[in-house]
Design a protein around this ligand. Sequence first.
Ligand code: HEC
Length: 145
Amino acid sequence: MGLGSRAHLVAGLCGLLLGLGAAMPVPVVAAEEEKPYKVEDGKVDQGTYNGYRRYGASCLRCHGQNGDGSSYGPSLVDSLRRLSREQFTEVVINGRQNITAAQQNVMPAFGTVEDVVLYLDDIYAYLMARADGAVGPGRPPRIGG
Ligand code: HEC
């Protein structure tokens, strides 16, 4: 195939894609990021509920009741308003240490802890729901149970 015909083909494809784009309706909610949790009538989906439980088992002792922080660990409700999903995952998997003469703040690495790694999506969903104010303190009621 000569250069000319290839250029022609590319131009044709672009035209086709542009045509398709023009024909497709633009979804109104496209700009709004999809939430990792679901809340209906104050009740949360299974994943978010599981995240609440996993948070209680693995994170609460340092990050406090409801993710609000303690004297040792920062409030994750605040952190999640600022951190990207990637940054969240990075810290939880690899841990982080902030050690100075005045303080020894250690976030353990959870990369080899199955109960955390397998359910990180759920923990994230719960904490995002807390950060967005969609879920209050305490054990959230569950959709369908
Ligand atoms: C042994 C105590 C401890 C446990 C358990 C713990 N963390 Fe942490 N975590 C910390 C400390 C301390 C920091 C702050 C580290 C620093 O100052 O850099 C931190 C930082 C973080 C950060 C970064 C916050 C920010 O604003 O940058 C995230 C996210 C986080 N933890 C998530 C979790 C999750 C999720 C769990 C449970 C799976 C968990 N942590 C369990 C002590 C803990």
